[in-house]
Design a protein around this ligand. Sequence first.
Ligand code: HEC
Length: 112
Amino acid sequence: MKNWMMLLGVLTVIVLIVSAVLPDDALGAGKGNERKGKYFFKKVCKECHGQDGSAAELTPMSKTAAQWEAFFAAGKHGDKALSEVVEEENIVHIEAFLVNHAADSDQPETCG
Ligand code: HEC
C-alpha cells in the first residue's frame, strides 16, 4: 500500500514537470516562446502594423498558420530580410505567437 502511494506521488510530480515544460514546444512552432513573441510583436511589428500605423493592420488572425509559416520560412519583409526589421533572435518567438493564434488555430487572437 505504501509503495502504491509513493508511485502515485512520483507519477504526479512527473506529470507536473512535463506539463510545465511542454506547452512551448508541444504547441509552439519550433522553439519559439509565444509569450515573448506577443511582447515583441506588439513592440516591434505593431509600431507600423497597428491601428494607427503606417502599414496595413496585422493581427495573428490576419493569416492562417500555414500562411504565417510560409512568411517566416521566406524570412522576407518586402524586399528586405525580416532580420532587418526585428532582431534575428526574436523572430522565432514572434513566429510561435502568430502561428499559435492564427485564424485557423484553436485560439485565434485578434489583439496583439
Ligand atoms: C517600419 C515599419 C514596419 C515594421 C516595424 C514592420 N512592418 Fe511589416 N510591413 C511594413 C510595410 C510598409 C509593408 C508593406 C505595405 C503593407 O502591407 O501595408 C509591410 C508588409 C508586411 C507584410 C505583408 C503584408 C501582408 O498582408 O501579407 C507582413 C506579413 C508583415 N509586414 C509582417 C510584419 C511583421 C511580422 C513585423 C514584425 C516582425 C513587421 N511586419 C514589422 C512596415 C513595417
